[in-house]
Design a protein around this ligand. Structure first.
Ligand code: SF4
Length: 288
């Protein structure tokens, strides 16, 4: 990792810690005993150039899919059930879900159903525990994910991992995937025909796992799964929707949180709604 990238990542993490401490929220796991402390804040560096704006892309018309239908308002945090026991240990991928997920990944690796196959380095089918109760769905692989063949491994992935840990799960205990399994070049949104071509893989993954909650990250998975390209994350975040009988709760994409740190507070509220549906509460803060 280049020095500038490392500095930017450390700055993001410090900003996150400072903001979340102010909110009484911890998105970041405490370092293990004996771990080296974070180095001192470096001197300010020149602002990074603005991200390349994504070309506007109309989303596919999902005429064959059911419309969005909120099932019930989000429960207030005070109504969340207390956690009576710690999260279960990571279970080994066994049974039909594991074999189905492996079979889907093998199909994805051979897939040439849309133009994204021409520019990909690796397919990124998703990873995690096929027996999980919680699935996160993002938009599509970026450069780091394309290089490694794994979802959410860049800066946004670091933040997603911190969010998952703050909820009380090891990252390995949940399943993480995207709407499209190959990288859209130039950091652009997946095109409608690419989403349509790939959605069968995502649907099969979700139906194989049948988690207790699907948490969508950003507009693209919300619109793709709910079948309505007019839905917006700003209005629907934290709401309990429904995808084929599975509660679906949208929140912001971690990349958006990196660009807009104040959005981390409402995002954390959304994640507490997810925990509420799972019958859990956030792990208690450790004493300073
Ligand atoms: S994005 Fe999906 S549909 Fe397109 S080539 Fe990759 S796996 Fe196939």
């Amino acid at each position: 990792m280049a020095d500038d990238d490392r500095r930017a990542l450390l700055d993001d993490l410090r900003q996150l810690i400072e903001l979340d401490r102010g909110l009484g929220v911890e998105f970041l796991a405490r370092p293990a005993a004996g771990a080296a402390p974070l180095p001192a804040r470096p001197a300010p560096v020149a602002a990074a150039p603005a991200e390349t704006p994504r070309p506007a892309t109309a989303l596919v018309s999902y005429a064959t899919l059911p419309p969005a239908r909120p099932t019930s308002p989000s429960p207030p945090s005070s109504a969340l059930a207390p956690m009576t026991q710690p999260p279960p240990p990571v279970s080994a991928p066994t049974g039909m879900a594991a074999s189905d997920i492996a079979a889907i990944a093998a199909e994805v690796a051979q897939c040439r159903a849309c133009g994204l196959c021409a520019t990909r380095t690796n397919t990124v089918p998703g990873e995690g525990n096929p027996a999980t109760e919680l699935v996160f769905v993002g938009e599509g692989p970026g450069a780091d994910e394309d290089a490694q063949g794994r979802p959410f491994v860049g800066r946004a992935g670091e933040l997603l991992t911190a969010m998952i840990v703050a909820m009380g799960f090891p990252r390995e205990q949940v399943f993480i995937c995207n709407v499209v399994k190959c990288r859209p070049p130039g950091n652009r949104l997946p095109a409608p025909d690419e989403i349509a071509a790939c959605q069968g893989f995502l649907h099969r993954q979700l139906l194989a796992i049948r988690p207790k909650v699907i948490c969508t990250l950003g507009n693209t998975p919300l619109r793709a799964l709910m079948g309505d390209d007019k839905l917006g994350i700003t209005k629907l975040r934290g709401q309990r929707l429904d995808w084929r009988g599975i509660p679906l709760i949208p929140t912001f994409h971690p990349a958006y949180l990196l660009r807009n740190p104040p959005a981390k507070k409402p995002c954390w509220e959304d994640l507490k709604v997810v925990l509420g549906v799972l019958g859990r509460t956030p792990p208690p803060r450790k004493a300073e």
